[in-house]
Design a protein around this ligand. Structure first.
Ligand SMILES: Cc1ncc(COP(=O)(O)O)c(C=O)c1O
Length: 449
């Protein structure tokens, strides 16, 4: 087995990785098998996966209907493109189903393979929209600092991650970033109405500064995931929606993490009755079993884009892929038929939240916040002042988690979890015992014990 590890180190360039450190440390952990909410590596070690892979394996790793649907579709039609006036049954059926699930009148869908390529699609759709309305000067996108919209050049530029901007020198004059609604970081109480309104006002100020006639769209994740599960105050999204309407700016909701049950509702924006003009979807659409993304547009946006005959010169070889679309259909039908979201709301989410709340008293935890099946723990050196640790305490904590036998993600000073939606109460008990152990060990280490 070590031979394979050596080969992996030598030939495989893994994403978001420091390859030099991986080589120095003797290679990566090879994951060989998964079941339910658990993973196993090639040494037979078992890990509870509290991150659903990368926030995507919503139905867990053992969903037979999705596996069978993929196998069936591979036999029938493994691939054909949708470029030249052809389509296929799975994509037609999936589009119909998505139109019934999406908020408002989002009912037309363009497909790709990842959240990143979907946001690139969004950018071009928005350009085409304003050109169609003969307002081509409306070019500017407003996004938030510390947001994540993907890893392609454009999606990373839309995002507000300092590290990605610094590495890639992503200065686009048509992309501007405003403050994020991160109350803990701003020293504000959780779900503070006035803080939500202040953060929304930052959008209005930016629009006025740039001139509404130049601003095309505002893009945001309903809850910032990779930024550290940043849950905005309840006042934030309704106010943002009002502002985008007032200034005639398209509202884009990036539902790549929040979509398909992650927050207990079909979409994250549903928590605040957000009715976007455009939506980005990926990850949970197939629970990660096949790569697929979708961009949904409203009837109004569709009407503008089709007000004249003009090709939308954009597409991917695997757009509308029949196997990926069939996987999505099976995944979404499974969620509906098993009434997974109902079980979550009535039973699992309240239990999950109560368990999280028990950790608020831990000496290293400054705040526990949650929405649906998303949860964040702010790690602090001083609970009263919210002072952070000087060292990279979250990475230290993440390494303890792996030693203990579970996977929890570190986002700067914050530990985050987003377990598969099929997790049971017993498994939640196990998870929180492990989290407690990891916090205890991290606290001891911070005290030099
Ligand atoms: C909100 C959001 N948008 C877009 C993306 C990019 O998706 P992908 O990694 O599939 O390109 C991510 C990935 O984590 C995300 O969290």
């Amino acid at each position: 087995m070590s031979n394979i590890k050596e080969l992996d180190t030598k030939y495989h360039l893994s994403p978001m990785s420091d390859w030099r450190s991986i080589a120095d440390e003797g290679g990566r952990t090879l994951i060989s098998r998964a079941e339910g909410i658990y993973l196993w590596d090639t040494n037979g070690r078992k890990y509870l996966d509290s991150m659903s892979g990368l926030w995507c394996v919503n139905v867990g790793y053992s969903c037979k209907p999705v596996k069978e649907a993929v196998a069936r579709q591979l036999e029938i039609l493994p691939y054909y493109n949708a470029f030249f006036k052809t389509s296929n049954l799975p994509v037609a059926n999936l589009s119909k189903l998505l139109s019934s699930l999406c908020p408002g009148d989002i009912s037309h869908f363009f497909y790709g393979n990842s959240g990143s390529d979907a946001n690139d699609t969004v950018f071009k759709l928005v350009r085409a929209y304003w050109q169609s309305l003969e307002q081509p000067q409306k070019r500017v996108f407003i996004s938030r600092k510390n947001s994540y919209h993907g890893s392609t050049v454009l999606a990373a530029a839309l995002g507000g991650m300092d590290s990605m901007h610094a590495l890639n020198d992503l200065k686009f004059e048509d992309i501007h970033h405003i403050a994020q609604p991160y109350s803990f970081d701003a020293g504000r109480p959780y779900n503070d109405e006035s803080f939500g309104l202040e953060c929304a006002a930052a959008l209005e100020q930016k629009i006025q500064e740039l001139g509404a006639e130049n601003v095309a769209a505002f893009i945001g994740e309903p809850i910032q995931g990779a930024g550290g599960v940043i849950i905005p105050p309840d006042s934030y999204w309704p106010e943002v929606q009002k502002i985008t309407k007032k200034y005639n700016i398209l509202l884009i909701s990036d539902e790549v993490i929040c979509g398909f049950g992650r927050t207990g509702k079909w979409f994250g924006g549903d928590n605040w009755r957000v009715k976007p003009d455009i939506m980005t979807m990926a990850k949970g659409i197939t629970s990660g079993y096949m790569p697929l993304s979708a961009v949904g547009i409203s009837d109004a946006v569709y009407a503008v884009l089709t007000n004249q005959k003009k090709e939308f010169s954009h597409g991917y070889t695997y757009s509308s892929h029949p196997v990926a679309c069939e996987a999505a259909l099976a995944n979404l039908n499974y969620i509906m038929e098993t009434e997974l979201l109902e079980t979550l709301s009535e039973d699992i989410i309240p239990y999950f939240h109560a368990k999280g709340q028990e950790l608020t008293g831990h000496p290293i935890v400054g705040e526990v916040r949650f929405k649906g099946m998303l949860m964040a723990f702010e790690l602090v050196a001083n609970k009263e002042t919210r002072q952070r640790f000087k060292e990279d305490i979250a990475s230290i904590c993440r390494d303890f988690c792996l030693d203990i036998g579970f996977i929890m993600r570190a986002c700067k000073h914050t530990m985050v979890i987003a377990p598969p939606l099929i997790i049971s109460k017993e498994e939640i008990d196990t998870l929180f015992l492990m989290i407690l152990q990891s916090f205890d060990k991290t606290f001891k280490k911070s005290q030099g014990v």
